[in-house]
Design a protein around this ligand. Structure first.
Ligand SMILES: *Cc1c(COP(=O)(O)O)cnc(C)c1O
Length: 379
């Protein structure tokens, strides 16, 4: 089997026969000719399937070693479609500190339809076991979590889920298939916000839902076609192009993040560092056993000073929501990405008001370190 650095570039598209374009054309047509009634080639209508969307879906399927993939207009559309496979009174067990938007859609939208959610610390298998009810259908895990980088043992949860006839979904946005392949560890579904590392350039919104088997994929595609939050032609094209450099980008993100984590750990003005790649990380051993890398996301707390003063001094890091693109970004989760999580819930999760999250970009390492050191000194 081809290695992943080859797959990111070649899977999903071979030069088309008409003009032999090495880079795929963007197919804008919304409908397709039929030889006779109902007798079409590969596609009949663009909401159902589309050449550019199929290319990027096939690429992700190969990278994640999935059975198949559906491409959505956003990560949230992919997550919502997964929940639409359930019905009223079904129960879902969810990692405690999931992405803020995931928490919001589960509690503020789907609970209205009587789907039940229990948020538990999935880093401890016992918590998951205790939360299983007669109506539990799905376990939804994010690993590492955002912004504290908690790590859940995917294989252990997959084994537990399957022993109870439940399905397991893993949000793989942070690690990407370059570092973590949940389906090889037993996951039934994988979620991606392609807006982050897959796209990689802060210029496209998208999401994917990968399925491990034919029945699940057919159900997901049926709901996708019925509800319609599909990935557009140009966005499919942009994400496929972004993925071509995923392998080199992830290595560069990680190289810089390791250097930043080491610097922060040894800095007298830094109180705590959360990065899966440092030995002091609580879940370091599980992380090492299930991933081939640690990614480019980390968080830290200052001993003294204020995040506001720190932010004012930064020149390389940009204050912004989102993550996973070439440029370094900084955010204050309590005020930004996790503002939709109530303060009491944030405190339970350990997301301090002063927690600073970094999405370490691929700029020059020295420039990144210098920027952070200066801002910490001025904080
Ligand atoms: C951003 C994000 C999402 C939501 O994706 P959108 O593309 O913004 O809709 C879901 N999960 C994680 C981990 C994310 O970072």
């Amino acid at each position: 089997m081809k290695k992943i650095a080859t797959k990111v570039i070649h899977e999903g598209y071979t030069p088309e026969p008409l003009a032999g374009c090495v880079s795929p054309p963007v197919y804008l047509s919304t409908t397709y000719i039929q030889d006779g009634v109902g007798n079409f080639k590969d596609h009949d209508y663009c909401r159902t399937s589309h050449p550019n969307r199929n290319m990027v879906e096939d690429n992700i399927t190969a990278l994640e070693e999935a059975y198949g993939t559906a491409g959505f207009a956003s990560g949230m559309a992919a997550i919502s479609t997964l929940i639409l496979t359930l019905k009223a009174s079904d129960h879902v067990i969810v990692s405690g500190n999931v992405y803020g938007g995931t928490y919001r859609v589960f509690t503020k939208v789907f609970e209205k339809f009587d789907i039940k959610f229990s948020f538990v610390d999935t880093t401890d298998l016992k918590n998951v076991e205790d939360a299983i009810l007669d109506n539990t259908k799905l376990i939804y895990v994010e690993t590492p979590t955002n912004p504290l980088m908690d790590i859940t043992d995917i294989k252990a949860i997959a084994d537990l889920a399957h022993s109870k006839n439940l399905k397991l979904c893993v949000d793989n946005t942070f690690m990407t298939p370059i570092f973590q392949k949940p389906m090889t560890l037993g996951a039934d579904y994988i979620i991606h916000s392609a807006t982050k590392y897959l796209g990689g350039h802060s210029d496209v919104l998208g999401g994917f839902l990968c399925c491990a088997n034919k029945e699940d994929l057919e159900e997901v595609k049926f709901i996708q076609n019925s509800c319609g939050a599909v990935l557009s032609a140009f966005d499919s094209w942009l994400i496929l192009r972004g993925i071509k450099t995923l392998s080199v980008r992830m290595m560069a993100h990680q190289q810089n993040a390791i250097k930043v984590a080491e610097m922060l750990e040894n800095h007298p003005k830094v109180a705590k560092v959360f990065y899966p790649g440092i030995k002091s990380h609580v879940n370091y051993d599980i992380g090492v056993s299930q991933t081939s890398g640690f990614g480019g996301m980390l968080s830290f707390e200052l001993k003294s000073g204020t995040p506001e003063n720190f932010l004012k001094e930064l020149k390389v890091f940009t204050l912004a929501e989102s993550l996973g693109a070439v440029e370094s970004l900084v955010c204050i989760p309590a005020l930004m990405t996790h503002a939709s999580v109530p303060k009491e819930q944030r405190e339970i999760l350990g997301i301090a008001d002063g927690l600073i999250r970094l999405s370490v970009g691929i700029e020059d390492t020295e420039d990144i370190l210098e920027d952070l050191k200066r801002a910490i000194d001025c904080a």
